[in-house]
Design a protein around this ligand. Structure first.
Ligand code: MN
Length: 354
């Protein structure tokens, strides 16, 4: 399905490309610690620029691809995606940002560098207007859906692996259409589903989990606290920041809970991840309120993420600040933060009787 809007935007994008040199190098940037939506969006835009517009393109990301499923997707998609540390930004004339916007602190777009194109589905930000071209659709469940519509408008075919990445991105981003799913996502999903490599999809979804995943999970369960509909867990230093949203997703499945918050330390930041099943909530706004001026936050209605710089702990140690963030959320949900108490008591297994 190609919407009227996409037809118009695609024509405008084509005009922008036509005005650029055929030998200019493009850098397509996913956001930091990219998720399936960001990776799939980057691949689709790369295919579009390379195969349809015949441009020279490098696809890149910053941070770490941590979640086992995302690593599997990354390694099996048959596309070269570089880490920015291996790139010389001076070689690129044009920058495109997908699933993120300038100035949000979650991409490697060099400071002061204006993006040529921005594709995203988070709420539109002022800084994005500076880009030569932007297509930001907050009603879409996935950014990859917007780019898949461009692919259809261009008439090119994408490889089965890219179609697989796209379908996986829509599934995870909308939680199998259980949250924030819009008509366009379902339409694109249905169009690309027959092109999916089912074995590849299964490999991604059942990726092997590392021992460190289980030990972090253990820690998360040990530190579980809750009040009313809220479940909270604070982690110490984590091996990779993706584990924070991963555990927030899992905790939200706890019976009777409709809000989850997980925090964890990585390098010089406290990472936060918030989830809710409340379709009328504005988790992104709440996250920005939680972190305030000490960090950055954002998101959608039902999912949000952010971080606070550890330099902002004012000598109290990170855990005090992590606890304060949990208490703040309890208060915002009109629950008494003093009632934020341990949730699980696991007794040690008794030794078997002789
Ligand atoms: Mn996204």
């Amino acid at each position: 399905m190609i919407t009227r809007l996409t037809e118009e935007r695609f024509a405008a994008f084509a005009e922008l490309i036509a005005a650029t040199g055929t030998t200019d190098r493009w850098l397509v940037l996913a956001h930091d610690n990219p998720d399936p939506d960001s990776l799939a969006s980057a691949l689709l835009l790369t295919d579009l620029l390379r195969r349809h517009f015949k441009r020279r393109v490098t696809t890149a990301y910053g941070g770490i691809i941590g979640r086992a499923e995302n690593r599997e997707m990354f390694h099996r998609l048959g596309h070269r995606v570089s880490h920015v540390r291996h790139l010389n930004f001076k070689r690129y004339k044009h920058f495109a940002l997908v699933d993120a916007q300038p100035g949000t602190g979650n991409s490697q777009l060099p400071p002061g560098r204006v993006a040529d194109a921005v594709f995203d589905h988070h709420p539109l930000r002022k800084a994005t207007y500076a880009a030569a071209f932007h297509d930001v659709r907050p009603t879409y469940g996935a950014t990859a859906t917007i780019l898949a519509e461009y692919i259809l408008a261009s008439g090119i075919e994408v490889p089965r692996s890219t179609a697989t990445g796209l379908v996986y991105a829509i599934r995870t981003e909308t939680q199998d259409f259980g949250r924030e799913s819009a008509g366009p996502d379902k339409a694109i999903y249905d169009i690309f589903l027959p092109r999916v490599d089912k074995r590849l999809l299964s490999r991604i979804q059942n990726a092997p989990l590392s021992a460190s995943y289980f030990s972090t999970l253990h820690q998360a369960l040990d530190n579980l606290e809750g009040v009313g509909p809220l479940v909270v867990s604070h982690l110490g230093a984590v091996e990779q920041p993706d584990i924070v949203p991963e555990i927030a997703d899992l905790l939200l499945r706890m019976e009777g809970k409709t809000w989850s918050l997980v925090t964890g330390l990585y390098q010089d930041r406290i990472y936060l991840s918030m989830r809710t099943t409340n379709t009328r909530a504005n988790a992104g706004k709440l996250m920005r309120r939680l972190v305030g001026k000490r960090g950055k936050g954002g998101g959608h209605g039902m999912t949000a993420g952010g971080y606070v710089e550890l330099s902002q702990t004012r000598g109290r140690g990170p855990l005090a600040l992590q606890r304060q963030l949990g208490r703040r959320l309890a208060k915002a949900l009109k629950k008494n933060p003093d009632r934020l108490l341990p949730l699980l008591q696991t007794a040690p297994l008794e030794a078997a009787a002789p």
